[in-house]
Design a protein around this ligand. Structure first.
Ligand SMILES: C[S@@+](CC[C@H](N)C(=O)[O-])C[C@H]1O[C@@H](n2cnc3c(N)ncnc32)[C@H](O)[C@@H]1O
Length: 271
């Protein structure tokens, strides 16, 4: 008797990298921020960009569409995710744009690239470095890869909720995205986080991505950037609507965050 074929669920058919790009990453917003901030600080347009921890290299690809001289290098040590990026992000660019993006499979600690105007390390990926010396070595190596007026862009989050285990749910178009702060060591500030996806047919993609990070504080990051030789470090913190307390798409330069449950900031370090 022929075996009955099991019907595929929405989770079976889904692509975790496509879901990640839809739920986590907003390359357009990030590039607007870095482009405008670089221009404000350096009084010229940035042209070259290196995306560290690039994953699917979405930001590197979008960057080349923003100017005919723009060039980008995308660095990640995972060939599987880079290959996905080549197929889905690079392939969508025009041939001339494709020539201006280079995918590099390498550890960001040891990668050797031409010097650039901007290095981006977003979505907290540099928190994979849990030892002080390791993070310092990363910042030093980035500084060496920047042009004389180059800028490093990072992000960070914090607030009381960051120091707890919790699951955040976001209902998006066709699926639900879950950010699961699954384990938190209150002594060492090491955290284990997962991304899960749920679908309308009740199927699930659990642990689509897992991260083990140290929850670094703003002051510690500032100190390490300073020690690595960066000349000026600025924090741009996301603003909240005063009445509804909803997070806004606006970031304000400040050195102080009131005792919020959650804050997110861009960190801008000048060479
Ligand atoms: C959270 S994803 C970031 C994706 C994307 N850049 C973003 O902003 O959403 C982290 C990526 O960093 C890569 N990664 C982690 N440690 C790395 C290292 N030491 N060198 C290069 N890539 C690394 C992983 O392979 C993964 O693709």
């Amino acid at each position: 008797m022929a075996k009955k074929k099991k019907k595929q669920t929405m989770a079976d058919r889904a692509d975790r990298h496509a879901l990640y790009q839809e739920s986590v990453q907003d390359s357009e917003f990030e590039l607007d921020f870095v482009q405008d901030t670089f221009k404000d600080i350096r009084k010229r347009k940035a042209v070259t960009l290196r995306e560290d921890f690039a994953g699917t290299a979405r930001s590197a690809c979008v960057w080349t569409k923003r100017g005919k001289n723009n060039k980008a290098w995308a660095v990640d040590f995972d060939e599987e995710v880079l290959e996905w990026g080549r197929k889905h992000n690079l392939a969508k660019l025009k041939p001339k744009q494709q020539e201006r993006v280079e995918f590099i499979q390498s550890d960001v600690l040891t990668v050797d690239t031409p010097n650039v105007d901007m290095v981006l390390a977003f979505n907290f990926s540099y928190w994979i470095f849990q030892e002080r010396n390791q993070l310092l070595a990363y910042f030093r190596s980035v500084r060496n890869s920047l042009n004389d007026d180059g800028i490093l862009f990072l992000d960070a989050f914090g607030g009381s909720e960051a120091h707890t285990t919790q699951v955040e749910k976001h209902k998006l178009d066709g699926f639900t995205y879950l950010w699961d702060q699954n384990k938190y060591n209150a002594l060492t500030q090491e955290m284990k986080c997962h991304i899960h996806f749920r679908f309308p047919d009740k199927s699930r993609m659990d642990k689509a991505f897992t991260y083990i990070w140290r929850l670094w504080g703003g002051h510690e990051i500032d100190d390490l950037l300073d020690q690595a030789g960066f000349s000026n470090v600025r924090f741009y913190v996301q603003k909240f609507d005063e009445k509804t307390e909803e997070a806004l798409d606006e970031f304000e330069e400040t050195r102080e965050v009131i005792d919020h449950e959650c804050w997110i900031a861009y960190i801008v370090a000048e060479k």
